[in-house]
Design a protein around this ligand. Structure first.
Ligand code: GGG
Length: 383
């Protein structure tokens, strides 16, 4: 029997291309694993009315962890229109399978490392010298800890609002303008956070900083406007910071940090944020280290984890063997670390860094013409 059982979820669109490429690297490493294919994504919504079928959940429950490519998600109206004709009138609702996965398996922590590898032509070159001949590569090496199950992406949303919710809300005098607009014209997405959720994500950010000798942990919030949810997160962060005296704990508003990161990204180290703010700031960080083609992610729970490139399914490039596989390969590196295979993880990262530095191969996003598979094969050759 293999040492590891890994759920293999390519999803749809370019998810399939980058997962095929990643497999070449894992096979070169000779990871002692059995890969179990699991269905997820748009095709299963259209054909079966469920983007995360029960059989997939069963496979996940029987494996150590999962590697996931990408899926297409569309708003409710389009989702319903694309359902197979025989499913159209069954009152099915589309739910993001990613959000469902995170909630079903309590994958409370989203870890997004953003590191620039020297030689990547897309590395951030600074705002002051960006256009001149002296434009210098500014190397960024930061990690975002994003709370993954609560907040704005917690899935508590209504349209139309149930009468009872609407009436309860309308007891609040601040709801007057909304009451006048009428129940049928109001949609609601909530931002609910718990002390436990805030504590868990902040503690993990501090623990990571302590373990890896990182000097600074920055909370990304907006407590001056989001007084209750942002306020709770900020109080928890400040309280926890007292237990980590060697680490500089500071706070930034989400809007301000987007500007500061763009000016001085090398100043930041570990960032911690609620679900939506973490999503926003980590895409910004990805932009500083070469874009989504280089951005890996881990969704980590207490006993299970799902690893995925940050990018989506980019349907226009699907099946063309064209997109950058590095984000997915670096996600596999995070998986190896989580499994305790640090030496293999280090080999993958070193091979990725070498291939980027040498620039013998590279996909269209870095201005080259290699295919997805050519890049993966070169990385595989170097592991
Ligand atoms: N690998 C990440 C991915 O596939 N992202 C697509 C996405 O964010 N879809 C929105 C959603 O389903 O929540």
């Amino acid at each position: 029997m293999a040492k590891y059982r890994i759920a293999w979820m390519p999803g749809d669109g370019i998810g399939i291309d980058v997962m095929d490429a990643t497999r070449v690297v894992l096979d070169a490493l000779k990871l002692d694993a059995e890969y179990l294919h699991a269905d997820i994504g748009w095709d299963f919504w259209c054909r079966e009315g469920d983007a995360l079928p029960a059989r997939t959940i069963k496979i996940l429950k029987e494996t150590d962890c999962a590697l996931f490519g990408a899926i297409t998600s569309k708003p409710q109206t389009e989702a319903k229109e694309e359902l197979a004709p025989e499913l159209q009138d069954k009152g099915l609702q589309y739910f993001s399978p990613i959000v469902r996965l995170r909630q079903l398996f309590n994958l409370h922590t989203n870890l997004r490392p953003c590191k620039s590898y020297p030689g990547n032509p897309l590395n951030f070159r600074g705002t002051e010298v960006a256009t001149g001949p002296n434009a210098r590569e500014q190397l960024v090496d930061l990690v975002v800890f994003r709370e993954n199950t609560e907040g704005m992406y917690g899935g508590v949303e209504f349209f139309p609002l149930p009468q009872s919710v609407y009436e309860a809300l309308c007891l609040n005098p601040k709801m007057k303008p909304w009451k006048e607009k009428g129940l049928e014209n109001v949609a609601l997405s909530t931002r609910i956070v718990s002390r436990q959720g805030c504590e868990s994500i902040c503690r993990q950010a501090f623990e990571f900083a302590k373990k890896h000798g990182r000097k600074r942990v920055t909370l990304v919030e907006k407590p001056n406007v989001l007084r209750e949810t942002g306020g709770l997160m900020t109080r928890v962060f400040r309280e926890l910071a007292k237990s980590y005296p060697g680490i500089w704990a500071d706070e930034a508003n989400i809007d301000a940090i987007c500007m500061w990161m763009f000016k001085n990204p090398q100043d930041y180290d570990v960032l911690v944020a609620e679900n939506m703010f973490g999503d926003i700031v980590s895409d910004l960080c990805a932009g500083l280290v070469g874009g989504l083609g280089f951005a890996s992610a881990a969704n980590i729970g207490d006993t299970y984890a799902v690893f995925e490139p940050t990018h989506g399914s980019a349907p226009k490039y699907a099946g063309q063997n064209k997109v950058n596989p590095i984000a997915c390969i670096l996600s596999a590196k995070l998986m190896l670390e989580w499994l305790g295979e640090q030496a293999m993880a280090d080999r993958v990262e070193a091979a990725v860094a070498k291939v980027i530095r040498e620039r013998k191969v590279g996909t269209y996003d870095v201005g080259m013409k290699s295919t997805t598979m050519e890049v993966a094969s070169e990385i595989a050759r170097n592991v």
